[in-house]
Design a protein around this ligand. Structure first.
Ligand code: AVJ
Length: 323
């Protein structure tokens, strides 16, 4: 016998369509960078991480490779079993080093990776057991908060949250504050957050990472227009848009835009969207922080910053925040 439980399923594409139309009919046009990561976007992001200009990946990799033991010490300071929840796990190439160190210590934990890319999670599901056969993995695909709540409902073990890779940079400072507050509300005293920030540095170096000579970041941004064409039946002429990146060393905001190279009409579903010549679409923020700003964010949102792990060049920091 089988029971059919009827539940309303909102297809991802209708959320995607709603968000796209909301952004492109707004007075100042914008699209959400969370939609960059379809299969093509995932591939282009891999290329970004391999670019000479994109210093972030190497910097954080150096931290995870060379300070693995110190990081593991922080996590193992509390002797109890735990859930290690990684928000935005990606392909986990960086976290693998930490996971290995935790396994070596024979700590009792389950790794729960979360990513907005379905494709990335499927990859991880297949490849992680090959790399780390002893690891207990439970995949959580979906929204960060829904998944943290779900993890809490699955077990009452203490939670160690990883939010690395400067993923928090994709929020502006106000959004980051709301996010950290909300995260804090989900956590209890024995829980831990390890969070990665890209630090303010020479403005030319920051800008180059988002305005690379080979146009990989440009194609990363343009891919979202192609994705709208593919999935929502849009008719963007990709060649009629250019990419523009800017960095403001004062605020630390690094922003990406697409610029319409001519006056043009674009159809998406039943909507027609008009672009003036040189009109821009705001695509993404990659916020950079000074250490004082990071600590302020922690204390303003109810966390206690306890340790900081830097790469040798001080490009990047993985901060440990306690509740
Ligand atoms: C994945 C959010 C860390 O902002 O540096 C890279 C995404 N965008 N190049 C970043 C990205 C353009 C990246 N994060």
């Amino acid at each position: 016998m089988s029971t059919i439980i009827s539940k309303q399923i909102i297809p991802v594409s209708s959320l995607f369509l709603n968000d796209v139309l909301e952004g492109l009919t707004a007075e100042k046009k914008y699209l959400s960078s969370k939609y960059f990561y379809d299969e093509t976007g995932d591939r282009i992001f891999q290329q970004i991480m391999e670019m000479d200009e994109y210093y972030l990946t190497d910097a954080e990799m150096e931290i995870l490779k060379h300070q693995t033991d110190a990081l593991a010490d922080v996590i193992a300071a509390d002797p109890g079993a735990f859930d290690l929840i990684e928000l935005g796990a990606g392909d986990a190439t960086k976290s693998v080093h930490l996971l290995q160190a935790l396994l070596n210590r024979q700590l009792e934990f389950t790794y729960l990776p979360i990513d907005i890319s379905q494709h990335v999670i499927e990859d991880l599901e297949e490849n992680l057991p090959k790399k780390l056969p002893a690891l207990n993995v439970e995949d959580l695909n979906g929204d960060y908060f829904a998944m943290v709540k779900k993890a809490k409902s699955l077990s009452d073990r203490r939670k160690v949250l990883l939010f690395m890779g400067a993923n928090i940079g994709n929020m502006d400072v106000a959004e980051a504050k709301e996010f950290c507050k909300a995260l804090r509300n989900e956590l209890s005293v024995e829980d831990l957050l390890i969070i990665g920030f890209d630090l303010k540095k020479n403005p030319r170096q920051v800008l180059a990472a988002y305005d690379d000579a080979n146009g990989i970041t440009k194609s990363f941004n343009l891919n979202l227009l192609s994705r709208i064409n593919r999935e929502l039946g849009g008719d963007f002429e990709i060649d009629h848009f250019d990419h523009y990146a800017s960095y403001d060393p004062e605020s630390g905001a690094c922003k990406s835009y697409l610029v319409s190279l001519r006056e043009q009409l674009v159809n998406i579903g039943d909507e027609t969207i008009r672009f003036a010549k040189n009109e821009h679409i705001y695509m993404e923020i990659s916020q950079k922080y000074a250490l004082e700003e990071i600590n302020e964010l922690a204390t303003d949102t109810g966390f206690k910053p306890t340790e900081h792990f830097f790469d040798q060049q001080n490009y990047f920091v993985d901060a440990v925040w306690k509740v």
